[in-house]
Design a protein around this ligand. Structure first.
Ligand code: NAP
Ligand code: G4F
Length: 346
């Protein structure tokens, strides 16, 4: 008998890679989609169109703000595993819409857990927790499962609630609930409002003559960036263990946003020369002197997470999980994909 998985956030970056992984393991996969005025299924259209998965892949209208809907879906689908990936997931945006972020990214999780507890508490549950919980204070790096939390955005505060309610349902009701504390992971399917994809897409457009330069915020922030395809494998592994637990998934490497910019331009044979500091810092093409990068304070956040660097030792030891794609390979994968979109349009 195939296992049945239910994924919230199936239309997002991670939901799309996780769907592919579970289908490759012969799962029946169900997910919720929100009603959009446009399709909203771009990242999973290739799965919907693939005949091999007809009768294996199902979408249902739903929303994390609607408890009745979530309860009805858990009852109807009767999953073995639930992957709670849906969220208002943009940290910068959470400062603009803090209450909505709390409602979806925080309270949404307990709606799902409560539906599971009432219908079948034996269902295994994965919660998409985040390295944002740590707050990135330099003295805490490298961050592991035992590092104290210090959330520094409405998003991170909402995720803190979700983290603890996941632990609480494990401790209170003996449910199989796990937190994956995931450091940043990227891909060609990353939303274009996250810094890595913003950079690779902009470079592709610059090379195609469709954009002049990239305007960014804090170039000094450091992130531990991995490839999303590697991370969904870790999510699945957490739910295959004998006992539920919480795990950090990370690469153990950190880079500044500035380094990401340099490495990405390097892939198209452009060396960036930096001049100025702070809001006046600018990146020029070393060969032509053309302005390619500047700083726009509108992308600064009211509070920044300065340094994320994860220690994945526990996941490596207990789950046998390891990231496969390097920082350089990740940039190449993302850039190749964005460059291909603009080929032929030059
Ligand atoms: P993403 O691409 O932004 O996807 C978010 C998903 O949540 C989308 O499918 C979105 O649906 C759905 N969603 C948003 N609000 C919803 C609502 N009210 N009801 C139902 N669905 C809703 O995020 P991701 O990068 O795949 O990340 C997946 C999860 O991991 C998120 O919870 C994120 O916070 C967390 N996380 C991500 C990272 C990372 O580096 N990527 C690291 C740590 C943790 P629409 O398509 O309709 O908008
Ligand atoms: O790409 P970002 O927006 O990702 P951030 O804030 O690290 O959050 C992502 O990773 C978290 C895991 O640690 C997830 F929980 C969360 O859901 C999301 O997936 O920003 C990365 C860094 C920040 O320090 C930001 O200030 O890049 C800096 N940055 C500089 N210029 C920018 C920009 N970020 C964005 N989005 N846009 C800019 O122009």
């Amino acid at each position: 008998m195939s296992k049945v998985a239910f994924i919230t956030g199936i239309t997002g970056q991670d939901g799309s890679y996780l769907s592919e992984l579970l289908l490759s393991k012969d799962y029946e996969v169900h997910g919720i989609i929100r009603r959009h005025s446009t399709s909203g299924t771009e990242k999973i259209d290739h799965i919907l169109d693939d005949r091999r998965f007809s009768g294996k892949f199902f979408l249902h209208y739903g929303d994390l703000t609607d408890s009745n809907n979530l309860t009805a879906l858990i009852r109807k689908i009767s999953p073995d595993e639930v992957y709670s990936l849906a969220a208002q997931s943009n940290v910068g945006t959470s400062f603009e819409i803090p209450e909505y972020t709390a409602e979806v990214t925080g309270v949404g999780t307990v709606r799902l857990l409560e539906a599971i507890r009432q219908i079948n508490p034996k269902i295994k549950f994965y919660q998409a927790s985040t390295s944002e919980l740590f707050g990135g204070l330099p003295e805490t790096a490298p961050q592991s499962e035992t590092t104290p939390f210090h959330p520094r955005s409405p998003y991170a505060v909402a995720k803190l609630y979700s983290y603890w309610i996941t632990v609480n349902y494990r401790e209170s009701y003996g449910m199989f609930t796990c937190n994956g504390i995931l450091f940043n992971h990227e891909s060609p399917r990353r939303g274009t409002d996250f810094v890595t994809r913003k950079i690779t897409l902009a470079i592709a457009k610059i090379m195609a003559g469709k954009q002049e330069k990239i305007s960014l915020g804090n170039l000094n922030a450091k992130r531990d960036w991995g490839f999303a395809g590697d991370y969904v494998e870790g999510m699945w592994r957490m739910l295959q263990q004998d006992k539920p637990d919480d795990y950090v998934l990370a690469t153990g490497e950190t880079h500044t946003v500035r380094e990401f910019v340099e490495a990405a331009f390097n892939e198209v044979d452009i060396k960036i020369e930096w001049k100025g500091t702070g809001v006046d810092e600018k990146g020029y093409c070393a060969k032509t002197g053309k302005l390619l990068v500047d700083v726009d304070p509108k992308f600064f956040r009211p509070a920044e997470v300065d340094l994320l660097l994860g220690d994945p030792t526990k996941a490596e030891k207990n789950l046998g999980w390891r990231r496969k794609v390097s920082f350089k390979e990740l940039i190449k994968i993302m850039l190749d994909s964005d460059m291909a979109k603009y080929k032929g349009e030059i």
